[in-house]
Design a protein around this ligand. Structure first.
Ligand code: HSE
Length: 293
C-alpha cells in the first residue's frame, strides 16, 4: 500500500495563462493505492459527492491505464472540485506518484507530469500540465508543450474560495480567441517580471507581474464580487491579486505577516456580496509527498 499527499495548485497566476503554476502548502488530496486485479475507486472528503467513482470517468482512471497499474484506490479530497485550485490535478498527480511507486515503474517526477495530465483531460477536457506539474514537482512551475521547469519560491499566499462552482470547461469558453499586440506585449512583460520575482522569492515583483489584460477580465465576470474582493485584498496589503486557475477561487500574493489581514478582508468582501467563502492562508510549497508505504 502507498499513500501520497498531493497539494492544491494555482495555475496561470494572471499573466502566465496555461503556462505558470504554483504548488500550495495547503489544502491537499491524500491518495492511497493498493494492488488489485481490477481497479476500484472510492472518494471521500470535500465535494466527494460530485466526483465519479467509475474509473472510466474519474481523473485517476487514465493514470491507471497509462501506468498499467490496476489498484484499489482511495482518494480523500481536501481540494474542492470546480474550485480553481487544481482539484482533479491533485488527485491525478497523487495517483501517478503513488502508482509509480506501488508498481516500481521507475519513472522520474518529470516523466509523471504528462501521465497525470492525461488524467486531468478526462474531467477538464484539456490535457494542460499547469496544475499537475506543480502538484507533482512543487514550487513555481513553467510548463510548455515540450517541458516543465520548476523553482522553489518562498511566497506567502491567500486563496479565497467562494461557495460557488465554476467548471473549467465553462471558464475556457470565455477565453478570447485573439488579442491585440499591445495586450500581448504587456502580458509578456508582466509574465517575465513575475518569473524573476519567483526566482528571487520577492512578493512585490510577483504581484507586479500578475496583471493580465486578456483572459482574466473575461473570467472575473463569472465570479460574483470579484472586483470588490480584489480591491479589499489590495487595501489589506496584498502585493498582487488575480483569478486562481479557471476560478472561482481568488489568489492573493502577500508579504510576510499580511496573510491574516488579507484573508479577513477577502472574506468580508465576499460576505458583503452575499457569498459564503473560505480562505486558506497558505504559501508556495512542496509537490507530492509519499506519506506511507
Ligand atoms: N490553465 C487552465 C485554465 C487551468 O485556466 O483554464 C485549468 O486546467
Amino acid at each position: 500500500m502507498v499513500t501520497v499527499r498531493a497539494p492544491a495548485t494555482s495555475a496561470n497566476l494572471g499573466s502566465g495563462f496555461d503556462v505558470f503554476g504554483a504548488a500550495l502548502s495547503r489544502p491537499a488530496d491524500v491518495v492511497t493505492v493498493e494492488k488489485a486485479a481490477e481497479t476500484t475507486i472510492e472518494v471521500t472528503g470535500v465535494g466527494a459527492q460530485y466526483i465519479p467513482e467509475d474509473p472510466e470517468k474519474n481523473t485517476v482512471g487514465a493514470v491507471v491505464e497509462a501506468l498499467d497499474a490496476p489498484a484499489r484506490i482511495h482518494i480523500d479530497k481536501g481540494v474542492r472540485p470546480a474550485s480553481g485550485l487544481g482539484s482533479s490535478a491533485a488527485s491525478a498527480a497523487g495517483a501517478a506518484v503513488a502508482l509509480n511507486r506501488l508498481y516500481d515503474r521507475g519513472l522520474s517526477r518529470s516523466e509523471l507530469v504528462p501521465i497525470a495530465a492525461e488524467g486531468e483531460a478526462v474531467v477538464s477536457g484539456v490535457a494542460h500540465s499547469d496544475n499537475v506539474a506543480p502538484s507533482i514537482l512543487g514550487g513555481f512551475t513553467v510548463t510548455t508543450t515540450e517541458e516543465t521547469h520548476s523553482v522553489d519560491a518562498a511566497i506567502p499566499i491567500v486563496v479565497c474560495l467562494p461557495d460557488v462552482a465554476v467548471s473549467t470547461r465553462d471558464a475556457r469558453r470565455v477565453v478570447p480567441e485573439t488579442a491585440s499586440m499591445d495586450a500581448l506585449v504587456e502580458t509578456v512583460g508582466n509574465a517575465a517580471t513575475l518569473a524573476v520575482g519567483m526566482c528571487r522569492s520577492d512578493p512585490d515583483l510577483v504581484g507586479a507581474g500578475m496583471n493580465d489584460p486578456i483572459v482574466t477580465p473575461e473570467r472575473a465576470r463569472l465570479i460574483t464580487g470579484y472586483d470588490d474582493v480584489r480591491r479589499a485584498a489590495f487595501d489589506a496589503g496584498a502585493a498582487g491579486v488575480t483569478v486562481s486557475g479557471a476560478g472561482p477561487a481568488i489568489i492573493s500574493v502577500c508579504r510576510d505577516g499580511d496573510r491574516r489581514g488579507v484573508a479577513a478582508a477577502m472574506l468580508d468582501a465576499f460576505a458583503d456580496a452575499g457569498i459564503d467563502a473560505r480562505a486558506y492562508q497558505t504559501r508556495i510549497g512542496q509537490g507530492s509527498v509519499v506519506l506511507d508505504e
